[in-house]
Design a protein around this ligand. Structure first.
Ligand code: ATP
Length: 585
């Protein structure tokens, strides 16, 4: 009983509507008794509460301290009607949630500093707002979170905010530009969505898009859109997703496209829309770059630049989020931001500490296949994600594994959109056990249950390593990552070795002595090392197959030449006949 109340603390739970479910959990008699005792609100024994919190407190930081001054202020505020709520029921619930809010707002700068230290939050910039500690804080007058958003937050059952949320949300709520570097799977998406939804409040009919969120891949765009929909439920805010697929949707006229509040898209698609005058970005006041370092990197920089230029509003809050930021990108970002605050959670450019990382020497390319087969034979715990460096290699590895009878699929940009969506859905629900992927899947995608990431090909950048392995060990879960390396890869390994060391992994001394990469080596690594094909057929078999293939080709050629010759002869014969007929006439 106490656990039920505790988990539901602050949430608005419609007990009439879910009476059947309550009965299931608590028995009909008890449920009826509770309904009749409704007015005597359940009081959880503080000792029980504390004990239970210890059991369910994931991050061990939910214990709240009631600040009496704030409480008084809250009670006064609670007397004011809340104009944002749509119905009477919501107004009542809002008051309840505010009254229940045991806020833990900081009284002094020192307190906030100590709290940051405890949660490994580093901040750089001027006049940095304090972090918040619990979601209940957000419902307090200090933050005054829209009750609908608070309700949605409670529905997703997050118990405590993550450090990146604790610090980024107050900064964004203050309207400041922010650059947030936090580990993979640490809840960055919610950290930027919540303040935007809070600011936009409700639909505005007269303006076009007010918030713009950019992410590098279509899959990530769709994932963010799903989270926006959950978090904004009941606000009536309208979200538009623009990817190549929706391009074909001619039912959306330029006018109807403007009737949205939030736009989520990839840079390429948006630049096309800007050029075609499909979108008006003049009213945008929130611009978020998710995976910002990728969007400010060579491949995307030009498009990102055009997008910044198209957001012509006078005051735009810019928010940059990623698990990795190079110093170069940070410097570049500063030039487009206004007095930004920089946040770093944990160590900059480090891997998530819930991932067990391993480097495995395979000697040669062929050795990788042997190592993988050995691993499968020993027994792997699906879902498993395997990364390779190119589409061609993804196809090759797929052919090898599918003939081994493994429940495997392959995803890369050559596959159709429908195939990609289908594969992602199937992988999410566990119908695909092993998924082979290219860099397309390295960033942002949230597959909660991935147990193991295998870097079949050594990642081409340190950032890629961090993002790839970050598909496991998300939201506090444990995960494993194995990276294969050959003799060829040895000289490029130092960056990854540094990340492992920084994350607290055991790394042999000799690896620490590997030289740091110079500029040329980094360039070469980025382009991708030339590798032998992934093919476990013997040389003799390959020779036989090639011979057979050549013979088939030669035979086809002979037939083609003969057919052409015959055609030519027929044509000449006909021409001669036509000439003879002409003379006779
Ligand atoms: N406060 C929270 N408590 C528990 N889980 C959370 C919390 N906030 C977000 N999550 C969950 O954590 C998972 C990872 O979140 P998200 O995808 O936003 O991570 P991320 O930091 O953006 O990762 P990446 O760098 O890989 O993109 C999601 O499943 C999300 O629902």
């Amino acid at each position: 009983m106490d656990l039920f109340h505790l988990l539901g603390g602050g949430a608005r739970f419609d007990k009439n509507r879910f009476k059947g479910d309550i009965t299931l959990f608590e028995g009909e008699k008890e449920a009826n008794q509770k309904q009749s005792q409704k007015k005597n609100a359940a009081v959880v024994d503080p000792n029980v509460r504390s004990q239970l919190l210890d059991e369910i407190d994931f991050f061990k930081n939910t214990h709240t301290v009631v600040n009496q001054n704030n409480k008084k202020k809250e009670e006064k505020d609670n007397q004011d009607a809340d104009s944002d709520s749509d119905s009477d029921e919501e107004k009542t619930e809002t008051k309840k949630s505010k009254k229940n809010a045991n806020t833990t707002i900081f009284n002094t700068v020192e307190e906030a500093k100590a709290f940051r230290k405890q949660h490994k939050i580093k901040v750089y910039g001027t006049d940095v707002p304090n972090p918040f500690r619990t979601f209940e804080d957000l419902a307090s007058p200090a933050y005054d979170l829209n009750p609908i958003l608070y309700k949605n937050l409670m529905t997703v059952k997050y118990k405590t905010p993550t450090p990146v949320q604790m610090q980024s949300i107050p900064i964004m709520l203050k309207g400041r530009d922010v650059m947030s570097c936090a580990p993979t799977g640490s809840g960055k998406t919610m950290a930027f969505l919540l303040p935007i939804l809070q600011d936009l409040k409700k639909p505005e009919k007269k303006t076009s898009y007010r918030a713009l969120i950019i992410a590098p891949t279509r899959e990530l765009v769709q994932q963010i859109a799903r989270e926006v929909k959950h978090l904004s439920e009941g606000t009536k805010l309208r979200v538009n997703v623009l990817t190549k697929a929706t391009d074909a949707d001619k039912s959306q006229t330029p006018e109807s496209r403007q009737k949205f509040d939030i736009l989520i898209t990839t840079p390429l698609r948006l630049v096309y829309a800007i050029k075609e005058k499909e979108v008006d970005l003049s009213a945008v006041r929130h611009l978020v770059l998710d995976e910002a370092d990728k969007l400010l990197d060579q491949g995307f920089l030009e498009q990102t630049d055009e997008i910044f230029a198209a957001c012509s509003g006078s005051k735009i809050q810019k928010s940059l989020f990623s698990a990795t930021f190079s110093s170069h990108v940070e410097e570049l970002a500063k030039t487009v931001m206004n007095d930004p605050i920089r946040i770093v959670i944990g160590s900059k450019n480090a891997a998530t500490d819930t991932i067990k990382q391993e480097l495995l020497f395979t000697g040669t390319e062929a050795g990788k296949m042997i190592a993988l087969r050995q691993l499968v034979q020993k027994g792997i715990k699906p879902p498993v994600l395997i990364f390779v460096q190119s589409i061609e290699r993804a196809k090759e590895l797929f052919h090898e594994l599918v003939f081994d009878g493994i429940n495997v699929e392959v995803i890369h940009s050559d596959r159709t959109k429908a195939q990609r969506d289908n594969i992602i859905d199937q992988f999410r629900v566990g119908k695909i056990w092993v998924l082979i992927a290219t860099e397309l899947m390295a960033r942002g995608l949230d597959f909660k249950g991935v147990n193991l990431v295998i870097n079949y090909d050594f990642p081409q950048t340190v950032a890629s390593y961090i993002h790839r392995i970050g598909r496991t060990g998300r939201a506090g879960r444990q995960g494993e990552a194995v990276t294969y390396y050959t003799q060829e890869d040895l000289q490029y390994m130092k960056g990854v070795v540094n990340v492992m060391k920084e994350s607290g992994c055991d790394v042999p001394e000799w690896m620490l002595n590997i030289k740091n990469l110079n500029h040329n080596q980094k360039q070469k690594m980025r382009q991708g090392i030339a590798r032998d094909h992934i093919d476990s057929t013997s040389k003799f078999d390959r020779f036989s197959q090639k011979k057979k293939q050549d013979m088939i080709e030669a035979s086809k050629k002979r037939k083609r030449v003969a057919a052409e010759k015959e055609k030519k002869e027929k044509k000449e014969k006909k021409a001669k006949k036509d000439e003879g007929d002409k003379k006779e006439a």
